[in-house]
Write a protein that binds this ligand. Structure first.
Ligand code: IFM
Length: 822
């Protein structure tokens, strides 16, 4: 049984069985025979088209019933609507004692003047704030009687729905319905519609919507010609970040009651916000609806962001709100078509995987090569929006295999920040490129130099100086993208340079010592509990891999694109002897591998550290429990480190090596990082340990869905979500990239009857299904040219477009692929 907070629950109509308090919200029932689940409101004015209803199937919805103040912050993160350009947390529009609304624009950072502080993602004025008054009494979840309250994150359509019934002290019952989106049809648009329906009265209803604060770190100005009072009836404001960027937003509200003329509208400029007010007498049986539509632009895309924001807003209004919503829903439909995730037999796993994909789709923008995905995407301000290795190792494979244009844009961000990576390498005395451990808009190192512990102790943060594996991680993602897409233009114009510059970095970073081995000293590996270590296995194996791929790419360019290579070699001041030197270094890097035990030593001296038995249920903050000093001297590991070698370089080592290392390191891993469980799920699955794989899959899924690390308030853990997708595709389905096609080694958990997903490989679209009873796999090549599919320890076949291939396992043996009807 799952222990997640979100269990299967059909998003049924919000029908209260009489008046109930917030404590028994679960009493809602599914109306017999009702079609379409949640209400299809017809507001009598043709405004609400029939398609506007939450997706009915529970496998596509996250439903939050009732209201619990204590959970608000994490719900806001989970229920974020975003589109890779902009993201708005799922906070309640009317606020509340625990509300923390925020809207982030990807890649827009503000510097903090405090000493030792680093830039953080800008939060623009809150556009969602909205208060409803019935005869001057404000509707509040924390006052009056809550008759029903439900929020639905509609993963399928990318919509956040809300339904709320409220009774005030004099017995008036009001229903509020709302919908919020960050458009995938046009990434510059945000929209929120609210419909207020007096259920048992006719009366005066007022909506107040604020835009602010106007001085949240940065002053927002309303250009004089666009004053709130001007005839355009939209508000335009802008700010300049101090890092050279101007951000502008234009906002307009449209209100109506059925077919009647619009309600009275007033705008007021307050010190900290702009307040708009719509007031009208709502007749019995009618509703007051108000839609706020926002357009955001920055100087990154246009020289005149204010103008662009205003124009785009006007166009959207011209198109009409239903069309804006429809385009958004259609784009979501396309994205789901490309990712197509279905798990039969385990509804919770299916929804967790779709939740992961929802946030992955929401996190990145294929049209922007100057931004990347921060550790909490656009859902919260933890880690200040900084970009880590999380993107390349955990998140990027999802895009590479379902939406290559997005993967390319994210890799181009690393290409564009190469100059900063070169500067960092130079500053530390190395050649080539060393990427920032924490990166923002410029690619300069932005890891904070110090942190204050909960006990008030100021400690140095060494990751920015010592966590060097990031350069190999970027190289890994470049190569994986190249393998999966065959994107020659990218490789020649950008990818090769990143592979070469990172190889150069390792060639200078590894030192040949008197034992005849190259050593990489004073680093931090993925296991950040152990700082300033020598020869971290993950770092060294990845460095070795990076050096060899550097050689491969040089040879590839020399043979296939000699002209382009000549130009690149000149630009990079390439020396002919470099590849040989890289190979010599790679061959003699100390990886800490012992062929007798088949174990990698995580770093030099690790095996001699104090052994501490971790309880089966790992304490959440083992670093606090043991203290920093003791942790350094003992074996508990923060997160997958040697296990990450197995996850990334499976084919480089025999199965026995993966088995030995997993069995050794898994019990010693505290999973103090959200990145850890998913990689453990993937490796356990590849080892055929389905129960353990399933347990880790759940643990990874519950990081956000059940807030099992206690910090989802700061945003969803996008790396864990990317890792979850990888655990399913690379672990449970056992998919691996090959030169001529794809290989599979399915190990499906007992509860997953069938798991299907869609992917792209070198321009071809495929639908893959793996299942049990009997164990089987089906591959359906939907389009483009033939390709090879292989079963590990089994047959291989060339498959053709439009055909479906199926293989079954019989007594541990795979039978030959059979062509079945497509
Ligand atoms: O990149 C990770 C790191 O591996 C562990 N601490 C959190 C970072 C951001 O998610």
């Amino acid at each position: 049984m799952w222990t997640g907070a979100y269990r299967s629950a059909a998003p049924t109509d919000i029908v209260a069985n009489g008046d109930r308090s917030a404590h028994n919200m679960h009493m809602y029932t599914t109306p017999e025979g009702e079609d379409g689940g949640a209400r299809r409101e017809d507001h009598g004015d043709g405004w609400s088209p029939a398609f506007l209803a939450p997706t009915r199937e529970p496998g596509w919805c996250l439903v939050e019933e009732g209201y619990s103040r204590a959970r608000e912050h994490e719900i806001e993160s989970l229920f974020t609507v975003a589109n890779g350009y902009i993201g708005t947390r799922g906070s309640l529009s009317e606020g509340g004692s625990m509300t923390n609304p925020a809207t982030f624009v990807a890649g827009v950072f503000v510097s903090n003047p405090e000493p030792d502080s680093v830039p953080g993602l800008l939060s623009i004025p809150d556009w969602t704030d909205l208060q409803v008054f019935v005869e001057r009494t404000r509707l509040s979840l924390e006052q009056g009687c809550l008759l029903g309250h439900r929020r639905i994150l509609d993963l399928r359509q990318g919509l956040l729905w809300r339904e709320w019934r409220h009774r005030d002290p004099v017995g008036r019952v009001t229903r509020l319905w709302s919908l919020r989106l960050a458009s995938l049809g046009d990434r510059h648009l945000l929209l929120q519609t609210t419909i207020v329906t007096p259920e048992n009265y006719a009366g005066r209803v007022q909506i107040e919507a604020r835009l602010g604060p106007l001085h949240n770190g940065l002053p927002w100005t309303v250009p004089p010609s666009m004053d709130p009072g001007d005839s355009s009836d939209s508000i335009v404001m802008q700010t300049t970040t101090g890092r050279g960027e101007t951000i502008a937003l234009a906002i307009a509200g449209e209100a109506g009651v059925g077919h009647m003329a619009g309600p009275a509208h007033a705008v007021e400029r307050l010190d900290e916000s702009i307040l708009e007010r719509w007031t009208c007498e709502v007749p019995f049986g009618e509703s007051l609806r108000m839609t706020r539509i926002v357009s955001v632009h920055s100087s990154r895309e246009t020289e005149r962001p204010s103008l662009a924001a205003r124009r785009r807003l006007a166009e959207a209004r011209e198109q009409g709100i239903p069309r804006v919503i429809r385009m958004h829903v259609e784009r979501w439909n396309d994205r789901w078509g490309a990712a197509g995730l279905e798990i039969l037999g385990d509804d919770e796993a299916q929804r967790a995987l779709r939740f992961a994909a929802y946030h992955l789709i929401s996190a990145a923008n294929p049209e922007d090569e100057r931004t990347s995905v921060g550790a909490r995407a656009l859902t919260g301000d933890s880690y200040k929006g900084h970009v880590f290795w999380d993107t390349e190792i955990y998140v990027l494979p999802f895009y590479t295999l379902t939406d290559p244009a997005t993967a390319r844009a994210l890799l181009m961000y690393r290409y564009r920040t190469l100059p900063s990576a070169r500067r960092k390498a130079r500053r530390l005395g190395y050649d080539g490129a060393l990427y920032a451990w924490e990166s923002t808009d410029t690619g300069e190192e932005t890891t904070p130099p110090v942190a204050v512990t909960p006990e008030g102790e100021v400690v140095r943060i060494l990751t920015g100086e010592q966590e060097h594996h990031i350069s190999a991680d970027v190289a890994y993602a470049v190569w994986q993208y190249w393998q999966a897409t065959g994107d020659e233009a990218f490789l020649v114009q950008a990818g090769a340079e990143m592979l070469i510059e990172s190889a150069r970095f390792w060639a200078s970073r590894a030192h040949l010592e008197s034992d005849g081995r190259h050593h990489i000293r004073r680093v931090i590996g993925p296991d950040e509990y152990h700082e300033t270590v020598d020869d971290n296995a993950y770092t060294n194996v990845m460095a070795q891999w990076n050096l060899r791929r550097g050689v491969d790419v040089v040879r590839l360019l020399q043979s296939r694109w000699p002209q382009e290579w000549a130009a690149a070699a000149g630009r990079l001041l390439f020396r002919a002897e470099e590849p040989e030197a890289w190979l010599r270094t790679a061959d003699s890097i100390e990886t800490g591998f012992d062929p007798h035990t088949r174990l990698f030593e995580q770093f030099h001296g690790y095996f001699g550290l104090e052994e501490i038995d971790l309880p089966k249920q790992r304490p959440p903050a083992i670093d606090v429990w043991l203290g920093r000093e003791r942790l350094q001297r003992s074996k508990p590991i923060k997160q997958a480190d040697v296990v990450a070698i197995s996850a990334l370089l499976w084919d480089q080592f025999p199965r026995e090596v993966h088995e030995a290392n997993f069995r050794y390191y898994e019990p010693r891993t505290a999973h103090g990082s959200s990145l850890s469980p998913a990689l453990h799920a993937m490796v356990a699955a590849r080892l055929g340990d389905a129960p353990l794989a399933e347990a880790y899959f759940r643990q990874a899924a519950e990081i956000d869905l059940a807030n099992n690390m206690g910090n989802a308030a700061g945003g969803v853990h996008i790396a864990a979500l990317g890792g979850l997708w990888q655990a399913a595709v690379f672990g449970m389905a056992g998919m691996r990239l090959r030169e001529s096609g794809l290989a599979f080694a399915p190990h499906v958990p007992a509860t997953w009857r069938r798991f299907s997903f869609s992917i792209q490989w070198r321009g071809r679209r495929l639908r893959v299904t793996v299942g049990r009873d009997p164990s089987h796999i089906e591959v359906h090549l939907l389009a483009d040219a033939p390709m090879e599919v292989e079963l590990i320890d089994g047959p291989r076949a060339v498959i053709h477009p439009g055909t479906r291939f199926r293989a079954e396992r019989d007594h541990r043996q795979w039978r030959a692929w059979e062509k079945t009807e497509a």
